[in-house]
Design a protein around this ligand. Sequence first.
Ligand SMILES: [Zn+2]
Length: 255
Amino acid sequence: MDDSKRFSRQIPLLGSDGMKRIRESSVAIIGCGALGSAQAEMLSRAGVGHIKVIDKDVVEISNIHRTHMASEEDARSSTPKSLVCKRGIKEIDSSIRVDAFIEEFSPSNAEKLLNGVDLIVDGTDNMLSRYLINEASIKLGIPWIYAGIYSWYGSVMLIKPNEGPCFRCLMPDLEGAIRGAGRGSRENFIPSLGSVTTLVSSISSTIAIRLLSGLRVEGGVLYAIDASNMSIEAIRVERNPRCPTCVMHKYQFLK
Ligand SMILES: [Zn+2]
């Protein structure tokens, strides 16, 4: 397929070299729910050449309002979310190499799954996974983009290893963060609007596309999105000089 025609509207922004970099890049998306499915769709439309999608869950009818590329039939047949993403990406661009993993991102498989990728994108729904991604990112030297949603609010931050703060610098109170924003169960779910989760995904995907194409994008800036009053605030986060993860390289979550 002719890439110059396919990407004729984005090459003027990214340059031919930038487009080539995106085509040659490899991204891991952890979680294929609201955030991950939208990021998978946007990054595949932008031309990322290799995408790994990781999620152990299956599609349910209550996911459809916010999960990109998922259908009623996927909910009826309990299709794994990572396979829905893989199918969607292949329909968008058959030349993209997609590896789908129907497994939980965990301390025992984190390094294996992330080894060799250029960027990690957060599509998870819990703090524990984010601390784990953060440790793997710092240890392997791979940048990652934190993305979180909570009702009308969202937050996004690019973390570059060895450059500025990490996720642990942003959220030093490990126990409090895990307790306060654990995984939402069916009974104790976090309310959300698909348009807001997509907004948060769109900001993280734009950061991803800029980074992968070689354009300047700053790490360590927290974008705080409030869709109840339509505002986005950029907050500079400082590195904790005693951060156990990015300064002392003590890994508590990785096995
Ligand atoms: Zn840190």
